[in-house]
Design a binder for this molecule. Sequence first.
Ligand SMILES: CC(C)(COP(=O)(O)OP(=O)(O)OC[C@H]1O[C@@H](n2cnc3c(N)ncnc32)[C@H](O)[C@@H]1OP(=O)(O)O)[C@@H](O)C(=O)NCCC(=O)NCCS
Length: 155
Amino acid sequence: MKGKRVEESRVSMAQMMNPPDTNAAGNVHGGEIMKLIDTAGGVAAIRHARTNVVTASVNHIDFHQPVFIGDLLRVKASLNFTGRTSMDVGVRVEAENCRTGAVRHISSAYLTFVALDDSGHPTEVPPLVLENEEDQRRYDEAKERREIRFSKRRK
Ligand SMILES: CC(C)(COP(=O)(O)OP(=O)(O)OC[C@H]1O[C@@H](n2cnc3c(N)ncnc32)[C@H](O)[C@@H]1OP(=O)(O)O)[C@@H](O)C(=O)NCCC(=O)NCCS
């Protein structure tokens, strides 16, 4: 199968945070942010595989700062690693205050998506073509996370 570059599936989305997205304290729910992370990551995976995909696992997620009504959430997702049928996707979330232009790093996450064929079975994905040192670093780190997951599962 012909390989694909990280650039070919990279995703960038933005969404304003409104009152229905918040809890009683006025902060945006973590779940709203997680949904955006899953959506952006899933779109990157679909673009890479050009098949249906499912979220197999959320391997890591950090929330560094709260998000408030009126913040513009900017979500970026890109592939780090491909296995035979699975894809590790990294997602970074930033909040932009549109009045001041200030940007804060809100969250980073790693998710694994699995490509499915039309019968709902895992299906092969194109290998990732690494073009630079950054791609290689992300690939190596994702591969290491995957090996740690496998060894935990074996235990
Ligand atoms: C993800 C799913 C398709 C894997 O099915 P499976 O029968 O375990 O498939 P396989 O054993 O053939 O594994 C397929 C790939 O998935 C990966 N995988 C399976 N479970 C995984 C997990 N929990 N975390 C990360 N990767 C996983 C395997 O490593 C393998 O990757 P590879 O081909 O790149 O080596 C299946 O568990 C599923 O459908 N889960 C529900 C997904 C879903 O509905 N998500 C949204 C609801 S919240």
